[in-house]
Design a protein around this ligand. Structure first.
Ligand SMILES: Cc1cc2nc3c(=O)[nH]c(=O)nc-3n(C[C@H](O)[C@H](O)[C@H](O)COP(=O)(O)OP(=O)(O)OC[C@H]3O[C@@H](n4cnc5c(N)ncnc54)[C@H](O)[C@@H]3O)c2cc1C
Length: 460
């Protein structure tokens, strides 16, 4: 509970209609894509850096927790105010401040929607590649704080690969600048990289400087269907070993492709057990040459169908298959436990087989899809929370999956972060000494644990 006089102090300092305590606001900013709910005491919408500074100073003085929030479409509860306090929502700080055509740099506020930035830079012949599937809703601030990945990471890397510099506020109200407008920068500790992926637990980001690259003018998209899951998974490895260098290497298992075809009313060959989406981009002649080599590779592989999407309309049809997997599979069961494990790419076929055997053993409908080119296997366990046995089995299955992933040198999260959802599994991946290092870093930024408390690990 935040006292009335503190709300008044915030309103007086921020001006305008930026501070809300009405129930409808508290509810609207109490959940994210996990479906979990934690009510904040106040919702505050800063419109500029000065507003952020004012909020932090007042919250710090009164020892009120602050949870930064972008669009709230995170998959691990990072934006949930688990200890109440202030939900600091960045949707009004959504200006693209500059697009520097000489240095290929964009400077943005954290609330810019990822897709909006992409559209703006593409008008100028430039390209901002990071593209989480949530790109039409998620913010750059949320992407940076989660180090979001996406479909094109295989060729272009993750959000962090494009962050050149950050401006951020520490919990005591001091502002720091880290990195800058240069490609190379090794002066001092790399605080910028520490803030990338820190899930809003170390500092509040108010300005982001991003690297841009020239826009690839030409692309071709392919869908390849297989009559066995294993063959599909092995094809991913084969692709990685070639120098065809696709921008996208996505996988859909039988359940995902069946669900999405039903969802979109598309007829489906019943023998399909897996589909792979491959995009090749670049200059026209280069794309044609690589696409020819790719077609040759497919001809020498045992596939049941091979589609080429050349026009943007054809390509959009294939993309919509991939993008609609999440809503399509949600229809099967009331709850979807959504994990984003990642393994070395050579381990993909074994991992897929391991998970499918577990699914059979525990009788849990399990869907595998995602950025397999990065070894990032989106593993969705479809369950009914009312069915206690099913929930127990899902819990055991998850633990086995995480332990397996670590045993093959993978990680419990490739892109969604830890938040609250994966906190119990951190101990599988990190030793006590490693956890101690994390906690000491947190304490040096936020000694009183006021900034997004209760995330990633418990601070005792
Ligand atoms: C359908 C769907 C598809 C998705 N696909 C992908 C995908 O392909 N790849 C992927 O990586 N993720 C994906 N996600 C997950 C999610 O969209 C990303 O994690 C995204 O980066 C969240 O952005 P957001 O603006 O919603 O951030 P939020 O969820 O609001 O916040 C995420 C984290 O960022 C912190 N934060 C936000 N703003 C700031 C700030 N200014 N300063 C400091 N910390 C801040 C929050 O405290 C929180 O910890 C998907 C989610 C959905 C629902």
């Amino acid at each position: 509970m935040i006292e009335k006089k503190i709300k008044k102090e915030l309103e007086a300092n921020l001006g305008g209609k930026k501070v809300f305590e009405e129930k409808e606001f508290l509810i609207a900013y109490s959940y994210d894509a996990t479906g979990n709910e934690f009510l904040p005491d106040l919702v505050v919408f800063p419109e500029n850096e000065k507003d952020v500074e004012n909020v932090i100073n007042i919250a710090f003085r009164h020892k009120i927790p602050i949870t930064p929030r972008g669009a709230g479409v995170g998959y691990t509860g990072g934006s949930l105010p688990v200890q109440g306090g202030i939900a600091l929502v960045f949707t009004r700080m959504n200006r693209i401040l500059s697009i520097d055509m000489e240095n290929f740099i964009a400077e943005v506020e954290p609330g810019v929607i990822t897709y909006n930035l992409q559209e703006e830079v593409e008008k100028k012949g430039l390209f901002y590649p990071p593209d989480p599937a949530s790109l039409k809703t998620s913010t750059i601030g949320g992407n940076v704080a989660e180090n979001a990945g996406g479909l094109r990471c295989f060729k272009y890397g993750v959000t962090g690969n494009y962050v050149l510099g950050l401006e951020a506020y520490l919990i005591d109200g001091r502002k720091i600048k880290t990195g800058g407008r240069v490609i190379k920068n090794v002066a001092g500790y790399d605080i910028k990289s520490l803030l990338v992926g820190s899930e809003g637990t170390l500092a509040i980001i108010t300005r982001i400087i991003l690297k841009l690259i020239p826009l690839p003018r030409y692309r071709r998209l392919f869908q390849i269907d297989f009559n066995s899951l294993k063959k599909g998974a092995e094809f991913i490895n084969e692709m990685i070993r070639t120098n065809i260098s696709p921008s996208v290497l996505e996988f859909m298992d039988e359940t995902s492709i069946t669900a999405v075809c039903q969802f979109q009313g598309i007829a489906l060959d019943p023998s399909i057990r897996a589909s792979v989406l491959v995009e090749i981009d670049g200059n026209e002649s280069d794309v044609i040459e690589r696409a020819n080599r790719f077609s040759q590779l497919v001809r020498n592989t045992s596939v049941i169908d091979f589609k080429i999407a050349e026009t943007s309309i054809e390509q959009e049809k294939l993309w919509s298959l991939r993008r609609n997997i999440s809503p399509a599979i949600s229809k099967y069961k009331p709850k979807k436990i959504n994990e984003d494990i990642v393994v070395p790419t050579s381990k993909i076929p074994d991992t897929v087989e391991f998970i499918n055997n577990l699914a059979l053993e525990f009788n849990i409908k399990t869907v595998l899809f995602g950025h397999f080119g990065d070894g990032n296997i989106h593993t969705n366990l479809l369950v009914d929370p009312e069915n206690k046995d099913e929930m127990k089995h899902a819990e055991i299955m998850l633990e086995k999956i995480f332990k397996y992933v670590i045993s093959v040198n993978g990680s419990i999260s490739g892109e969604h972060g830890i938040g609250i959802s994966k906190m119990p599994f951190m101990k599988f991946q990190f030793s006590e000494s490693e956890m101690e290092v994390f906690k000491n870093i947190k304490k040096s930024f936020d000694p009183e644990n006021l900034l997004n408390p209760g995330k990633i690990f418990e601070l005792k």
